[in-house]
Design a protein around this ligand. Structure first.
Ligand SMILES: [Mg+2]
Length: 318
C-alpha cells in the first residue's frame, strides 16, 4: 500500500460561553485533522493538538510533512515517525510534534481499516471495556457553587463513576470550598479528580493539596509547571493525593525523565500532542516497567483505544 496524498483540515467553532481553567480561557473549540489517502482506497483520519491559533501554522507544518509521507507504505508507522521527527530540523517539542501526532494517528486509522480491526486490538487488546471519567468543572462567568454542583451531579446521572474539576483559577480558600461542595454533591462513591493546569508554584500546590485531602481526591493533575519535575516530586512527597501530569509532555524522552525522577504517580500522555499512538505505546511500556499507570489526556476517540489496548491503562478522559 502507498500513501498518495496527505492534507490537513482545521475546524473551529465558538463556545456558547468561554470556559476558563487555572491558566487559560477558551472561547473556541475545534479540531486539527490530518487525512491520508492511499492507493488502495483507504483514507486515514488523525487528530492533532493545538487549539489557540487559527490552525494556519498547523497547516503549514502539515504541508511540509506531506513531502516526507507521500509515497511511503502507511503501515510502516515506525519508519514514518522516525523520518518525521528530526530534532535538528523541526525541534524536539512543540507544534511540529503535534502535527506528527496527527499524522501518526491517521496511519493507525489506516492500519485499523486495512486489518478490519479496531486499533485497541492491534495495540494488544487488553480489555473490551474501560473506565471513563467526565472532565469539566471549568470556571465560567456567573457560574456559582450551585451551578458547579449541578454540573457534577448531571455527569454522575449520565453514568459517570468519576468526574474531574478545575482548580487553580481562584484563591485557594475558594477552590477548597468548590472541591468540598462537589464532593458533597457527588457523594462518597464517585472518584473526584482535580486539575490545576500548572497554575501553582510548588509550595502553594502543597498548601492546597493538604487542604483537599479530607475530600478523597483521586488525583491532583498538573499542580505545577510541566517542566518542573522536582516541583512535582516535592508535591508528591508532601501529600497523600496521587499527583498526575503529562498532557504537556512530549515523546518517550520526556516521559522517561518524568518517570526517572519519580515525580508523579499517574502519567497522562496526550496522543494528539506527544507523538501519536506509536509513541504513546512506547510510553505505556516504559511506564509498565516502572509499575505506573497511564491515563491518556484529551480526545476520547483515541484515548479509549489506548486504554483498552495496553495493560496499564487507568481511565479514559471524556
Ligand atoms: Mg489537564
Amino acid at each position: 500500500m502507498k500513501i498518495t496524498k496527505m492534507w490537513t483540515e482545521i475546524y473551529r467553532w465558538k463556545r456558547n460561553k468561554p470556559i476558563r481553567n487555572g491558566m487559560y480561557t477558551y472561547s473556541d473549540a475545534g479540531l486539527n485533522v490530518v487525512k491520508i489517502a492511499t492507493d488502495e482506497g483507504i483514507t486515514g483520519i488523525g487528530l492533532g493538538g493545538g487549539m489557540t491559533d487559527d490552525g494556519k501554522v498547523f497547516q503549514a507544518i502539515g504541508a511540509q510533512f506531506e513531502q516526507v509521507v507521500v509515497g511511503q507504505d502507511p503501515l510502516n508507522n515506525e519508519k514514518i515517525w522516525d523520518d518525521l521527527w528530526q530534532p535538528k530540523l523541526i525541534g524536539r517539542r512543540g507544534l511540529t510534534t503535534r502535527v506528527i501526532s496527527a499524522i501518526d494517528n491517521a496511519l493507525w486509522d489506516v492500519k485499523g481499516k486495512a486489518a478490519n480491526m479496531p486499533v485497541y486490538k492491534l495495540l494488544g487488546g487488553y480489555s473490551d471495556s474501560v473506565p471513563v471519567y467526565i472532565a469539566g468543572g471549568y470556571y465560567e462567568e456567573g457560574k456559582g457553587l450551585e451551578d458547579l454542583a449541578q454540573e457534577m451531579e448531571e455527569s454522575v446521572s449520565m453514568g459517570a463513576k468519576a468526574v474531574k474539576m478545575k482548580i487553580g483559577g481562584a484563591p485557594i480558600n475558594e477552590d477548597v470550598e468548590r472541591v468540598r461542595v462537589v464532593r458533597e454533591a457527588i457523594g462518597p462513591d464517585i472518584d473526584l479528580m482535580v486539575d490545576a493546569n500548572a497554575a501553582y508554584r510548588y509550595y502553594d500546590a502543597i498548601k492546597i493539596a493538604k487542604r483537599m485531602e479530607p475530600y478523597d481526591v483521586f488525583w491532583f493533575e498538573e499542580p505545577v509547571n510541566p517542566d518542573d519535575y522536582q516541583g512535582h516530586k516535592l508535591v508528591s512527597q508532601a501529600t497523600s493525593i496521587p499527583i498526575s501530569t503529562g498532557e504537556n509532555e512530549y515523546t518517550r524522552y520526556g516521559f522517561r525523565d518524568l518517570i526517572e525522577t519519580r515525580s508523579v504517580a499517574i502519567l497522562q500522555p496526550d496522543p494528539l500532542i506527544m507523538g501519536g499512538i506509536t509513541e504513546i505505546k512506547k510510553v505505556a511500556a516504559l511506564a509498565e516497567a516502572h509499575d505506573l499507570p497511564i491515563s491518556p489526556h484529551g480526545n476520547q476517540d483515541i484515548g479509549v483505544h489506548v486504554v483498552a489496548g495496553v495493560s496499564n491503562g487507568l481511565t479514559v478522559d471524556y
